[in-house]
Design a protein around this ligand. Sequence first.
Ligand code: FAD
Length: 319
Amino acid sequence: MAGCVLPSRSPDALEIRRRVLTAFEAAERDNDLARSADLTFVIVGGGPTGVELAGAIAELARYTVAGEFRSFDPHRTRVVLVEGGTRLLPAFHESLSKAALTALERLGVEVKLDTRVTNVTDHGVNMGDVFLPARTVLWAAGVQGSSLGRSLGVELDRAGRVKVNPDLTIPGFPDAYVIGDLAWCAGPDGEPLPGLAPVAIQQGEHTADNIAAVIDRRERKPFRYWDKGIMATVGRANGVAQTGKLRLSGFIGWMTWLFIHILYLIGFRNRIIVMIQWVWAWVTYGRSARLITGIPLSPARRAEAPVSPPAPAHQEVNK
Ligand SMILES: Cc1cc2nc3c(=O)[nH]c(=O)nc-3n(C[C@H](O)[C@H](O)[C@H](O)COP(=O)(O)OP(=O)(O)OC[C@H]3O[C@@H](n4cnc5c(N)ncnc54)[C@H](O)[C@@H]3O)c2cc1C
């Protein structure tokens, strides 16, 4: 999975970084905060997005800002990754799930498997009757389809995706296509295709071909996804990648991730520039990531926020 941030999502990425860094700054000013929910980051969902996020936040605390503070030790940051299933990265082979788990635990991430988040509040998350206080909760357990889908008045799945015909047209509307994340399209195993950029790109190309076929009075073809493989990074210099029967993890998995992403960039100049930027970020432990942007929570608003969570049955004690 690419770690790239799509333009429409970059404000969220900046907000996440701002919250992490301002939590560290607040803990430096007030050491009591270092034990509070402010320094607990909960990530819900152990798919590629959750695994990459957990690794990136843990790495930021462990390496990028290490040694920057006088009274507060960023290593005390608590990163908790909650996954409802029995393993991380369920779309990957089991051996890669184990490799990702080991790599995350080595980075200090607490991974809670077989645990479902049942409620999210401003103060933390409920996992059944256990409440975990946390000021920052990041949802990585799937996205809801665009509201445009609901306005069509056609059959949708639970995530709001439009159930399309094999040629990606809407049932009953032969000239209207739905593609990408908004389409529920069955793969060869009958399960819906994943919400990935390659699926969306291939569906776009396929739909263009089908529209050309209609103009040329040829028959439309059903969509077939060519799965070239999946990848995810797990912190610094660690990753998992699989294509067909080939499974890679650790440094080689990460190198594969890098190589594929550089390869898919358009233009030689872009590839060189991105490569230089990545090498620099790697060597310097991404020190430019320390930049705080956006509007920080004012001390008044911080004080307004109640410290104790609403009466949980069991409360986890923050480390
Ligand atoms: C955090 C995150 C990380 C991801 N990482 C990866 C990854 O590493 N690798 C990977 O392959 N995939 C990844 N994905 C998935 C990938 O981003 C999507 O599968 C892909 O972008 C789908 O393309 P799309 O064109 O269907 O939708 P989008 O890229 O979401 O584009 C839809 C566009 O339509 C616009 N839009 C919506 N409604 C309307 C409307 N009513 N009118 C006009 N415009 C509208 C939206 O603003 C948006 O710009 C990630 C997704 C997320 C959320």
